[in-house]
Design a protein around this ligand. Sequence first.
Ligand code: DOR
Ligand code: ZN
Length: 419
Amino acid sequence: MSSRCDLVLADVTLPDGRVADVSVRDGLVRHVGAMLPAEQVISCRGITVLPGAVDMHVHLRGGIQREKEDWESGSMSALAGGVTVVVDQPNTIPPLITPEAYRNRVAEAGRNSLCSFAINAGVAPGSDPAALWREGAIAFGEIFAAPSSYGEALSAEALSAALSGIGSLGALATIHAEEAGPGSPENLADHARNRPSRGETETVRTIFRTYGEDTRLHFCHVSVAGSVAAAGSASVEVTPHHLFLSIEQSFPDDTLRKVNPPLRSEKERQELWRMWDRIDVIASDHAPHTLREKNRSFGEAPSGIPGVETMLPILVARMKDGLFPRISLIEKTSWTPADILGIPRAGFQPGERADFALYGREVTAVSVDDLHSRAGWTPFEGFPAVFPDQVILAGSPAYRDGEFQETAPRWFSGRGYHP
Ligand code: DOR
Ligand code: ZN
């Protein structure tokens, strides 16, 4: 006799419009149809249920940067925004370029993260991709083709060596493609001219043409339509800040909006939206910095915008306005990143991970007072948003009406893992 289920989500509107009950046991969906006997039933009538998002580009900091963020605050921010899996970037201090640093990072996340996670390995001259692959790296990079906050650019030779090493492992290389000029820009428009759209697009094109045949490539946070088009058969990622913010909408020297790649013109922002169907992944590039650091002069302020908690809420609000179909949002924020990385999907089929976010009917506005990141600010203040009322992680309620409950987050290791 089969044992009772842990949870049923009742009256869920599925992506194809049918309404069904989703029965869950031991962290996985067991049955979709009429409900099975269960310990707990949550009514989902009339609300939007999405598979938990996989945010494949977050910087959760920690260590000597814990004032900006750490695993606890960053993962709370993720869950409260409907993200159940985060993929952490390796430009920590120290960077994750040795097996020991990588192992320590996994252990730290295991102790402190409230959501599931995967961790990329860093790439630096002399680092050994094979050793990091065996430790469980899910992917490599972001690999900096131009310098950024806490990221040094690789020389052409180092990039070539790294990408062929990663390619021979059959691993994924994720690329921060940019071209940065000299000098210290003093406002957003100068910053965008210093790291021009065309430079980004040409870097994407060259890297894809040179390495795309032998190495599986993913282009992180591209900021303009031309770069999306230049990525060939590689996967491309776009952030909410490039989709929703532009130079014209900002104060000229607003350091909070200083980010790499830079915000672009309003015209370029609108062109980026027209590439919606070709964009594979939307990821936040959650890059928290404190207000104290951002209050320096424009030239000295670090680049980066926090966004893991606001990504889905502002996108769900736009989806409700009819800007794009629900299935495309699920693909770009959950299924495609999972497929690219080799993480099992969350979804509505038996056997899929039972990670879900339940978004209420109410459209509210983003307010920094409600957010959980240590950064303590957001460029999306006042944006229409639909936040999840409840989030389910591996079949258990993990977040409900502002409260977090203990669950069992998972580490997703890459294919090279040798325990
Ligand atoms: O603006 C950015 N900030 N771009 C990056 O690529 C790195 C990030 C950070 O870590 O702060
Ligand atoms: Zn980056």
